[in-house]
Design a protein around this ligand. Structure first.
Ligand SMILES: [Zn+2]
Length: 79
């Protein structure tokens, strides 16, 4: 896994094979440990930022480049 240090000095590990598709580009799933057992959150691969947050609607949003991933249900429920 790729290793990154966050703005707050945390070391995270990126699972490049577990990316989620966002509006601008992928969000890569990040883990707190190199074995990938403790999930940390999402890493925005568009602007290489860890400033991501999930809102109450389940959307993942990057606070730097406004990359957004809509919840999976949006695709499934769309008729
Ligand atoms: Zn971003």
């Amino acid at each position: 896994m790729d290793e990154r240090t966050t703005a707050t000095g945390e070391r995270i590990h990126l699972a490049r094979s577990e990316a989620e598709r966002g509006s601008k580009g992928p969000f890569v799933i990040a883990y707190a440990d190199p074995e990938g057992t403790e999930s940390w959150g999402y890493f925005c691969a568009v602007c290489e930022s860890t400033e991501t947050a999930m809102d109450t609607m389940g959307r993942i949003k990057c606070g730097r480049c406004a990359n957004v991933k809509k919840p999976d249900e949006w695709d499934a429920a769309h008729e």
